[in-house]
Design a protein around this ligand. Structure first.
Ligand code: PEP
Ligand code: MG
Length: 461
């Protein structure tokens, strides 16, 4: 089947080699009269947005007066906080720095907010309140759009709304391919609103709860009580569902101030950071177990940035001790595979883990040697033969150990890559609730035999 384009973007999905790129040899700006200017950037989060330019203040002011929206948040580097704390209704976001697999883009997709990266400085220099139009699928930003632009944008927004209505009607249907191959469809969640959206869109469960998001401005390690205060409202709407909670994954573009200095390399990321702070780590395990018990979810725990089996064993010890303290059974423990060294040792990790989950955002960046915040790093790059080969290797290890292999990186929602992931042997896709209905439609329209064939063709390349 031809892959579907998302969020009302009527254009067919381009093959990766034809993707729009903000190359230095390509003009990034066109002036067309009446003050109208068109700038070329990189796709970040799909959809069309029309609104008024808003330049966020730093640090964000939670008490700022509401601005008349819809707002297009514009900055040299739009952060997740800029989106979450904007003083009004955010319709879109435009940034020079960052890329489609970065943290801000992940949050934008979760909010259903179109986003564009890689824009030149003058594109972002428009006056506060100026009218702008952006297209997150093509990466184009239009300042002072003309009448025709505005009419087309309203049309695209209306088409997207209608499509969402049609897709919503298929929520009760099972996520199986045309030829009967089942794929678990799960949600990625970072807030109570996401959790509510996961339930509304009929996710079969949650494949990733990001627990670091409430603590990006923290001044110290969170206490058990602080973890509970943030986690319980996220888990409460998910009662009865299988939910995979990931331990803190503080990373380059999501590092709180108290960790932002003096750390470099792997110690500055996810797991090594936590293993170097055992009391903070154990507090989080205890809080997750207590929160799961209180909210009646079916808990699994997941560790980010696992490099080798010894790290996972160290985590299991912390988990066993925390479960004994709380007085609950030890839940399944999974490892995220998002480092090249984890792919190399995946057979050993799979023997120790209860499930594996592919963090394709980090894995793709690492295998292709591209910074995660580089606008050229899109989820589609996960379809590169080198990356897909690594993924197929992980899936084979999962099959041999008889454990599930989920994809929770943004590639799981890419209409061109998702069939390759299914063809490579991934058993579940976990995506932001904003695109869950689209991914369900994609799976239900897919022929598994064709997906196998497509994945083989890429792997042979
Ligand atoms: C990933 O790396 O693909 C992932 C899901 O983790 P995060 O985006 O939170 O780093
Ligand atoms: Mg990651």
């Amino acid at each position: 089947m031809a892959p579907a384009a998302y969020a009302g973007a009527a254009a067919p999905v381009p093959a990766p080699d034809k993707e729009s790129r903000a190359r230095p040899d390509r003009p990034q700006r066109a002036m067309t009269g009446g003050g109208r200017e068109v700038f070329a950037g990189q796709p970040g989060a799909p959809g069309v947005a029309l609104g008024r330019a808003h330049h966020p203040v730093r640090p964000p002011d939670p008490d700022a007066a509401e601005l008349p929206g819809p707002l297009i948040v514009m900055a040299t580097e739009v952060t997740a906080d800029d989106l979450l704390m904007a003083p009004g209704d955010v319709a879109g976001a435009a940034s020079a720095v960052g890329g489609a697999t970065g943290h801000a883009a992940t949050v934008a997709r979760a909010l259903g907010v179109p986003m564009v990266f890689g824009l030149p400085a003058e594109a972002l220099d428009v006056p506060e309140g100026a009218e702008v139009l952006l297209d997150g699928a093509t990466g184009r930003l239009t300042v002072a759009p003309g009448m025709l632009d505005r009419a087309e944008a309203r049309d695209a927004i209306q088409r997207a709304r209608l499509r969402r209505g049609v897709l919503a009607e298929a929520r009760t249907l099972p996520t199986v391919t045309v030829d009967g191959h089942p794929v678990d469809l799960l949600a990625n969640v970072g807030s109570a609103a996401d959790a509510g959206a996961a339930v509304v869109t009929a996710a079969e469960g949650v494949g990733l709860v990001r627990t670091e998001l409430p603590f990006l401005s923290a001044a110290r390690w969170p206490s058990v009580a602080e973890h509970l205060a943030n986690l319980v409202p996220v888990l409460r709407p998910l009662a009865g569902l299988p939910v995979t909670v990931r331990t803190l994954d503080f990373a380059d573009d999501k590092l709180p101030p108290f960790l932002a200095t003096g750390l470099a390399g792997r110690l500055g990321r996810g797991l090594p950071l936590m293993l170097a702070a055992p009391a903070a780590f154990s507090d989080q395990f205890e809080a997750i177990l207590r929160a799961a018990d209180e909210t009646d979810i079916r808990l699994s725990l997941m560790i980010p940035m696992v490099a080798d089996v010894s790290e996972l064993r160290a985590c299991r010890k912390v988990l066993d001790a925390a479960a004994a303290t709380v007085g609950v059974p030890v839940p399944p423990l999974g490892a995220m595979i998002e480092l090249p060294e984890a792919v190399e040792g995946v057979e050993e990790i799979a023997a120790e883990a209860d499930f594996l989950s592919l963090g394709t955002n980090d894995l793709t960046a690492a295998l292709l040697g591209v910074d995660r915040r580089d606008p050229a790093l899109t989820p589609r790059r996960t379809g590169d033969p080198v990356v897909l080969g690594a993924i197929a290797h992980v899936c084979a290890a999962g099959r041999a150990a008889d454990i599930p292999v989920t994809v929770c990186g943004d590639a799981a929602a890419d209409p061109w890559v998702a069939p390759l992931l299914i063809g490579a042997g991934c058993t579940a896709l976990s995506v932001t609730p904003a695109v869950l209905d689209e991914v369900r439609a994609l799976i239900r329209g897919l022929d598994f035999a064709d997906a196998l064939h497509r994945a083989d063709r890429v792997l042979d390349a």
